[in-house]
Structure formats: structure tokens, C-alpha cells
Unconditional design. Sequence first.
Length: 215
Amino acid sequence: MKSKLTDRQEEILIFIQQFTAENGYPPTLREIGKNFQISSTFGVKRHLEALVKKGHINIESNASRGISMIKRNHEDFSDKYFDSEAVFLKIPVVGRVAAGLPINAIENLEGSLIVDPSFIKKAEEAFALRIRGDSMINAGINDGDLVIVSPNEQARNGDIVVAMLNDEATVKRFELVDKKIKLVAENSAYVPIEIKSEDDFKLIGKVKGVVRWLN
């Protein structure tokens, strides 16, 4: 049995898996540092060396993208990343986001979605939300799709977010210019929504992926 990982080591390991799956190659030390706001490559190296010692990764010397994953058994992972009966993550599907209620409130749930845990950070908190409408079609998000959401109350310009605005949930692209927040649709038929001081506004999370059934 491999040594238990710290929370930060688990987060970095998940990031390496996710980055590699999305890009086809592993991240550099600088890319890891940027994602976790670690200012020095030495700080990143310390975490990677711990992952090497604990048997989770290999690092090829003198290569900028020399990180490779070591295939592991189900038992090697922390239980919080997996469904108890399969090496996959089960996340709740939320039919709607209701103001004042927890995201996973039982009356909101439509079921669950099974995904590979390497695609999501803080997997135990992730949820899937069913899209209503066509305001994000130019971002590849269509009516009826499921978006996978990682809860987060902060966003950067350009992030696609789930936000609560005056008791209604909406999925839009986040923009912050001159201290003014706008929620921008990916469909020219919709005018950007500018958040006013009197609005009841809260960021719920960032959209990490889209799931669609063709039939």
C-alpha cells in the first residue's frame, strides 16, 4: 500500500492526470506552478518528488514534459475519488439550481453521472447541471446537454460559469471589466447581462466539461 497523499499532493496528481488527458502530454513544472500559484519551480519539485517516492509518477530527467503516471489499482486511490464499486466518480445531476438550497439538495437531483476522476478537481464536490435554452450554443453547449461544474466562488475573465442571479441559475461566460461584472452569452441573439449593485448575484462554479448524448 502506498503512503497516503496530502491534500495538495492529491490535487497536483489529479491536475497532472487531467492536463495529460486533455492535451495528450503532461504539464511542465511552470504550468503546475501557475495552476496552483506556487511561485518557484523548487516548490513544485518538492511535491513531485513526494509523488515519485509514494509511487504515483515517474519523472524523466532533462525533459520539460518528463512526467509520466504509474498505473495503479483501485485500492491505491483515496475513496473520495471513486464510487465504491467501480474506478469511476459518481457525481449528482442537478435538474435546477434553487436559491438558498444546497446544490445537492435532494429535491433538485435527477440522478447521477459516472465520469473519469482525472477530469475534475475536488471531485467530491462536483455536480452536473442540465442546460435549458440555447444561449451558449457557440461554446458548444446545447439545450439538454449536461455541464460538469466544479464549485467555485471566483472566476477569471473568459471562464464559463454557473451563476445565481436574482433567484435564477444561468450559465454564461464571465467578464470583469473596470470592476463591472458581465455575464455574456455565446449566442448573438442574447444581450450581455450587466450585474447591478441591487442584483442578488453569486457565482456557483466553473463549467469543466460538457456531456451530450447523440441519440
